[in-house]
Design a protein around this ligand. Structure first.
Ligand SMILES: Cc1cc2nc3c(=O)[nH]c(=O)nc-3n(C[C@H](O)[C@H](O)[C@H](O)COP(=O)(O)O)c2cc1C
Length: 391
């Protein structure tokens, strides 16, 4: 547990007590600022272990204590998390014991912010929390209520039981890190494609690439050799993938074909443009007439072409539908000759394009459809690979 310098630091003592009562082994590290709010002695007594403070960085000469703590922990909880430590974590700073240990930890991290409402709603804090979440760090939303400043607002530390319940639930949702895809070569497409109208304009779609990137990340974590062919996205890079950037559907087709033969699993999660502009203008189209006609011609159907030529590959397709989900998706599965079709209803605002969550149905030839309830795209990705492994 990492305690930082907020007024709610004293409540962390109740949390440590609850964890210990729950049977957990707890070690506590505190920032210098946190020790001004509550003493290390309290946590030493509750956790029955020494408390790590900045002194440990310089006084311990036999071990490197921040690395030892990082390696020892299987879960890191930052409670309360100050705006300051959230900012440091989001930028990878490590200028004291707590932030050094956090940077060295590769276990799941749970951040429980507590601060004044204006600090919480500040654009920088909002940006930093978003960036932590994008890095896969869990951040609990603070409660609304009476703040230490004497007025109502958002920023209160949630109750011990709420925090405990949240961590347990999130841990249950944790993705398997079994290396069951070791030795597998996997090709994944992600994001959208862009089709040029003129030098400044294009047509595209609402795909953000989140699903494809979650698949690539999961495949890497489970030991696969991953090639990710992606259209433009705002997503952070994924380490240890062979990353290929494309713009148009034709480019995607060309790149996919370069790799297809050597692959074991091919997952087409990109939302490619079915049509392209027949003759893109070489100069910017001027605003002259009241109407403008642009002729579109069909792009090659990448998934169908792969379905026709697949031999050893397991081919997975995605279907984004706005109506008659199962009917349209079943037809697509047959027409494209895929081994697994992941169908989702993109007419729902709470799931699908842009959302961090999805609710999908798995369709397989000669199998009943399987609904995967609304969950994190990372969890859906894990389910896709669980399904493939079980083929
Ligand atoms: C009385 C007092 C209460 C504070 N409460 C909070 C708080 O609840 N949340 C917060 O983010 N910062 C709070 N701060 C500001 C932090 O203590 C300050 O940003 C400090 O540098 C945090 O250091 P740390 O992140 O290394 O623990 C408070 C400061 C004071 C003086």
């Amino acid at each position: 547990m990492y305690i930082t310098g907020g007024i709610a630091a004293y409540k962390a003592a109740y949390f440590v007590r609850a964890l210990v009562k729950d049977g957990a082994k707890v070690r506590v590290a505190m920032t210098k600022s946190a020790t001004k709010f509550i003493t290390p002695m309290t946590f030493k007594t509750l956790s029955r272990h020494r408390v790590y403070t900045d002194e440990a960085l310089v006084t311990d000469d036999e071990i490197v204590p921040h690395i030892e703590l990082a390696d020892w922990s299987d879960t890191a909880v930052i409670i309360p998390a100050t705006a300051n430590v959230i900012a440091k974590m989001s930028h990878g700073l490590a200028d004291d014991f707590v932030t050094s240990a956090l940077l060295a930890s590769d276990c799941p991290k749970f951040v429980v912010p507590a601060m004044n409402e204006k600090m919480l709603k500040n654009k920088a804090t909002t940006r930093n929390i978003k960036s932590l979440r994008m890095d896969g760090i869990k951040v609990l939303d603070p409660d609304v209520g009476f703040l230490a400043e004497g007025y109502q607002g958002k920023g209160r530390l949630p109750s011990t039981s709420t925090i405990l319940k949240w961590i347990k639930q999130e841990n249950k949702n944790q993705i398997s890190t079994v290396k069951d895809l070791t030795g597998k070569k996997i090709l994944i497409t992600a994001g959208k494609t862009l089709e040029t109208i003129d030098p400044v304009r294009y047509i595209t779609n609402r795909s953000t690439g989140k699903m494809g990137y979650a698949l690539a990340q999961t495949a890497v974590e489970r030991g696969a050799e991953v090639t990710l062919i992606s259209g433009p996205t705002n997503l952070p890079e994924i380490s240890n993938v062979n990353f290929i950037s494309i713009i148009t559907t034709a480019e995607m087709f060309e790149e996919v074909n370069k790799f297809f033969e050597q692959m074991d699993i091919v997952i087409m999660a990109a939302a490619v443009s079915d049509y392209r502009i027949e003759k893109p203008a070489t100069q910017k189209i001027k605003k002259k007439s009241a109407t403008l006609e642009i002729k579109l011609v069909k792009n090659v159907d990448i998934l169908k072409s792969l379905g026709q030529k697949k031999n050893k590959q397991i081919l997975v397709g995605f279907a984004a539908e706005t109506q008659n989900l199962l009917e349209n998706a079943s037809r697509k599965m047959q027409e494209k000759n895929v081994d697994l079709l992941v169908a989702n209803d993109v007419s729902r605002a709470d799931i699908g394009f842009g959302s961090d969550q999805n609710e999908v149905t798995f369709l397989r030839p000669d199998h009943k459809p399987v609904l995967i309830g609304k969950s994190d795209k990372k969890r859906i990705a894990a389910k896709v690979f669980d399904c493939i492994i079980g083929f």
